[in-house]
Design a protein around this ligand. Structure first.
Ligand code: ZN
Length: 407
């Protein structure tokens, strides 16, 4: 059936649609649909979306999931099908089915509440790293990363893209000087795509249980056909993925030796309700790890037609950490920031907040001006600016260095 359908566009392109339209209404419907699904190059995508080479594994649309839509509201049971509708309504949510107790086991009150620095203090060290950042690797990496049909967390290509990313991280570590103490591991989930954690050990044994986290999410989604619709996810969140990979590369290649440990996280299943980051946050809370600070990079590449800025998210974040993030932008970036809001559970920082840890989130523009093509087959590299991503890489490097060295 699918193969026959794929022949229809060829057939249509050879015969004027008007001739076909009157006698064959069904065919006309397909042609109309076809016109609505052209990407920027005018290439039809709807039939491409029917290609099944990224077949999903084990989805039951009637399966019930526990969904949280706000911090103070009780969660609601919804089917997987209803959860998919949330993408289309652009409603952000947290799927807490498997992590209902996140935040209960290790409340913020039990931990040392530390002060963040008032100002950046390690300019010389930070500058030596950020001077080495380039757009070259980000561009090559994003081209490859967006070539997977979709990075949907339960798809085969979502697993393949994750394996590819893991190999790139591993290669950076393997090529490093022997005295850089970095390890890489997959954090496995019950679905096909793993999250990835790369960790720099710290030099102070007394701070071994502390950690600074820089993060992004690897999965993508096509909101119309989540399981196998084409979803390059260049901006959401291929951009954040390659931004923090570039920050990581420069730190590894230039022998970064943090005082407290620093970790880079690439989460799976953000789009399905922050599943990967909740699993990891829950694990860290259970082990009573002391997460000093977490910075999420979700969409770092789209500038739009307004003056270029960072969007600093100011709702559902740690306000003291966010003030420090602003001081890092002022000190190290070439562009200013604007305060903006994105609502409850709009990215993985929300999982760490729920676990009781300080988290912050920066995005490519004022949230209302951010990339309109996300979650479609048109979220492509051509809409992005690698120099803009470079500013976020500077922020990630400075966040890691400053918060690892500070008291
Ligand atoms: Zn995202």
């Amino acid at each position: 059936m699918v193969k026959l359908l794929q022949l229809v566009p060829l057939f249509l392109s050879a015969i004027p649609v008007t001739i076909l339209a009157r006698p064959y209404e069904k065919v006309f419907h397909i042609a109309t649909l076809n016109n609505h699904h052209k990407n920027k190059d005018g290439v039809s995508t709807i039939f491409d979306e029917m290609n099944t080479d990224a077949r999903i594994t084990g989805v039951d649309e009637d399966e019930l999931r526990l969904i949280q839509l706000d911090e103070d509201e009780p969660p609601k049971w919804m089917t997987v099908g209803e959860r998919m509708d949330l993408y289309r309504k652009k409603t952000k949510f947290m799927d807490i089915t498997d992590y209902p107790d996140l935040g209960d086991s290790y409340k913020a009150a039990e931990r040392t509440r530390r002060q963040f620095p008032i100002q950046p203090q390690f300019q010389q060290e930070v500058e030596s790293f950020i001077n080495q950042l380039t757009t070259k690797h980000m561009e090559a990496n994003l081209r490859k990363f967006t070539s997977f049909r979709t990075r949907y967390y339960r798809s085969n290509t979502g697993k393949e893209s994750s394996n590819w990313l893991y190999k790139q991280i591993l290669r950076i570590v393997e090529d490093a000087e022997d005295d850089v103490d970095v390890s890489v591991r997959k954090f496995k989930h019950p679905w096909t795509q793993s999250s990835i954690i790369a960790r720099f050990e710290g030099s102070d044994p007394q701070k071994e249980n502390e950690v600074v986290i820089v993060s992004a999410h690897q999965d993508s989604v096509n909101m119309w056909i989540p399981s196998f619709g084409r979803s390059p996810g260049a901006d959401d969140d291929g951009s954040g993925t390659v931004t923090i990979l570039e920050a990581f590369r420069v730190l590894v290649e230039n022998g970064f030796k943090p005082v407290r440990p620093v970790e880079f996280h690439w989460y799976s299943a953000e789009e399905a309700g922050l599943l990967g980051s909740q699993a990891i946050a829950q694990d860290y809370a259970k082990e009573k790890k002391d997460v000093v600070a977490m910075l999420q990079n979700d969409m770092t590449g789209y500038v739009g037609n307004k003056p270029e800025t960072f969007g600093v998210i100011v709702d559902y974040v740690d306000s003291d950490l966010t003030i420090f993030v602003k001081s890092l932008i002022e000190e190290y970036a070439a562009i200013p920031y604007v305060d903006t809001k994105c609502g409850y559970a709009c990215s993985d920082h929300a999982s760490w907040r729920k676990a009781g840890y300080p988290s912050a989130f920066t995005i490519e523009t004022d949230f209302k001006d951010s990339n309109p093509y996300i979650h479609t087959s048109n979220d492509v590299i051509e809409n992005l600016d690698f120099n803009h991503m470079l500013e976020f890489a500077k922020l990630s490097v400075s966040f890691a260095v400053e918060l690892s060295y500070s008291n």
